[in-house]
Structure formats: C-alpha cells, structure tokens
Design a protein around this ligand. Structure first.
Ligand code: PLP
Length: 384
C-alpha cells in the first residue's frame, strides 16, 4: 500500500508541539496524567504482565466497548432484518463485534484495506479528514467526492451521497460529527443508507470518534447490520489520544478478518494502554462529564467571540464535536495567516489550505480551557 503525504500532519509536525496555545485540536483537550489518575484511580493492576495480548484486544476491554454500543434492548435478530433500521437495534452486540485498534486510525486503515480492492469505488465527503479518502486511493480504489458547501452550512446531504453511488461503489465513508465542520447526520438516516447499500453488497463505514463529545449525543449508527462498520476510540471524546486506543465495531466475520490483517500492522495494541482503556470505560460518565463541560463552555465562548468578529470570520456553527470551520474574510492565504499567528502569539489554528485543501477556512478547536486566553491573543494580533 502506497500512501500520499498526510498534509495536515506535516503542518502539525512543525507547530503542534512548540505552540503555546493549541486552538487547532479536533478532540477535547487531553487529560494530564494527574487528571487521569484522579478520575480513574484504579489503573492497570501491578500484576499485569506487560506482554503481548490477544490480537483482537483484551476480552474485558472488547466487552466494555460492546456495552457502549448495546444500550437498547431489542429482540436479538431483529437488527439483521432491515425492517428495524429506524430503531437502535443493538442488543446482540458483544465482544465478537469489537476489534481494539491502535487509535481509530488503525481501524480506518484495516477496514478500508479489507473492503476496497483495486478498481473499486468509494464515496467520501469533501472536505474531510485526509485518511478517510487517502486510504481508499492507497488500496487501489477510486474516490467519488460529495462536496459540502459553506453556503449550505456544510450540511451533509445523504441524497447527494446516494447519487454518487454507482455499481462499482464498495464503500461509503461518513464521518459524523464531521471533521472539520462539526456537522452531524442522524443515525436513523445512516441506517437507512446502509440498508440501501446492502442491496448491492456495499458497506457503510461511519467514523464516530467525536460522537460522545456533546451531552445527549446522536446515537451510534451501529445497528448490528453486517454491512455497517463504526469506528470510535478514546482520543477525541475521552481526551486520551496518547493511549492510542481505538476500535471498530462490525459483524463478527469482518472482525475476524480484521484481526487476521492486524497481525501485520501492530499485532496488538499495548497491554498497558488497553488496561488503562478498560479502567477509563468503567469511569466513562466522569470522563465524558469533563468533555461535555469543556465543549459546552467552549462552544459558547467561541460563537460569542466569532459573532464579535464577523468582519474577519464567517461562522458555521457545529452540531456536534469540538471543532468548527469558520471562513477567513481577510485577503490572505489561510496558511500565511496561521503561520503568522503562531509565530507572533503562539496560538495555533489549522489552515484549511494545508489541512483540507480548502482555502478560505480555518479549523478551530474550542473544547479546551486555553480557549479564552487564545482568543484574547488573537484579538491582540488582529489589532496590530
Ligand atoms: C475523523 C477522525 N478519525 C480518526 C482520527 C484518528 O484518531 P486516533 O487518534 O484515535 O487514531 C482522527 C484524528 O484526528 C479524526 O479526526
């Protein structure tokens, strides 16, 4: 598999670890070790062997992830019929549906490679997180893009997605809440799309890494259907990107194929990371309460601030996640603006040009306690 340079990461490589104020986050501000230890006092047991683990991940962790996706009781089997697509039909979900991965990125890589053969097509959104389409190209597939338009608030229109599907479409990839716009697609609509795709033997992969950032989030698109794969993890909604724990939830037969594939990518996620992840999911409510509070406060602060700067920015309010994609009205390329900003103030925003091949917009992450100080610095910068 040959892959093009991940352009956003190249930009971040230069600035992410030297900036003083990170306002280009996509997930919630990461926890410090001390915060993690306070919220999750029972971390890995001293007796845990730091050895290899089962390739699908520790059973306990797979079960804990399955529980997140199996909250609503519907008779087992009802989920396979297609007739119940409008409900949350996940009662049969168990660890056989779950593969623990090294970050959500590994789940995306494995799933795309398993489902795309050379010559296949995939339907992807534009703009989007680069791996969501780049991995398709890397696997020899062809991408058909559905464009999200700023004039339409970057709305994700599944009718347009359906129009882009051809007989060659093997996979439709949707990210909801969406990076970088924060747009959300109702789960019921995604399940209906999956039912349509199933008729021609195609799959729907939904990247839901930001799903739990808002309180009372949209339910998962996972409904137990064999042609649906959902991807999640601890990096964004839980603020633990350094644990490198993600997952895919899918039909057990696909999970087995994914486990076999991953023997070549990572063998297994780290034992200590998995042990922490298991403990974290036991304290899920507490961790998500921190996230939800940062999102709640940050969204209000960011929207108020942008409202006071409509001469400089256009606003596209998000419906989920912790990031948004405001337009920059200044007559300056977004890369130049962001580089000047970080050099003069230490505040990092992500330029749409480098990160999304979308000139004229910037990614702003608002779920951080550094937001108010960062916006203050931008105020000073704009006044110069
Ligand atoms: C939409 C999306 N999916 C997946 C990932 C990868 O997440 P992880 O850190 O869990 O590998 C990211 C990271 O930015 C992302 O934005």
């Amino acid at each position: 598999m040959k892959l093009n340079i991940f352009r956003q990461e190249e930009f971040f490589e230069e600035h992410e670890f030297s900036c003083r104020c990170m306002l280009a986050l996509s997930g919630v501000q990461p926890l410090t070790h001390a915060e993690l230890a306070a919220l999750v006092p029972d971390g890995p047991a001293p007796g845990l062997e730091v050895g290899y683990t089962p390739s699908a991940g520790f059973d306990e962790l797979r079960t804990a992830v399955a529980e997140v996706y199996s909250q609503v009781g519907v008779p087992p089997g009802a989920n396979r019929s297609g007739a119940n697509r409008s409900g949350a039909d996940r009662s049969g979900t168990d660890r056989s549906n779950v593969l623990i991965t090294v970050g959500a990125i590994e789940a995306l890589l494995i799933t795309t490679n398993l489902l795309i053969d050379p010559g296949d097509e995939a339907v992807c959104l534009w703009p989007s997180y680069q791996p969501l389409y780049e991995l398709v190209t890397g696997a020899g597939g062809r991408v058909r893009f559905v464009r999200l338009e700023p004039d339409d608030g970057f709305r994700i229109d599944l009718d347009q997605v359906r129009e882009a599907v051809t007989q060659k479409t093997k996979l439709v990839i949707i990210n909801s809440p969406h990076n970088p716009t924060g747009q959300v697609v109702p789960a019921v609509d995604l399940r209906a799309l999956a039912a349509d795709l199933d008729r021609q033997g195609s799959y729907l992969m939904v990247d839901e890494v930001f799903r739990e950032m808002w309180p009372d989030p949209e339910p998962s698109a996972w409904d137990g259907a064999p042609n649906v794969v959902v991807v999640g993890g601890l990096s964004k909604s839980y603020g633990l990107p350094g644990l490198r724990i993600g997952w895919m939830v899918a039909d057990p037969a696909l999970v087995v194929r994914a486990r076999q594939y991953r023997k070549y990518t990572s063998l297994n996620p780290g034992a200590l990371d998995q042990a922490w992840a298991t403990a974290v999911l036991r304290k899920r409510d507490q961790i998500l309460a921190r996230t939800n509070a940062l999102v709640h406060d940050g969204l209000k602060t960011a929207l108020d601030w942008l409202g006071q700067h409509e001469d400089v920015f256009t606003i596209n309010p998000p419906a989920g996640g912790g990031l948004m994609f405001p337009g920059l009205r200044l007559d300056e390329p977004t890369r130049d603006f962001c580089v000047r900003l970080v050099r003069e103030t230490g505040v990092l925003l992500a330029p749409g040009s480098d990160c999304y091949q979308t000139e004229g917009h910037l990614r702003m992450g608002f779920a951080t306690s550094e937001l108010a100080e960062g916006l203050h610095q931008i105020d000073e910068f704009l006044r110069r």
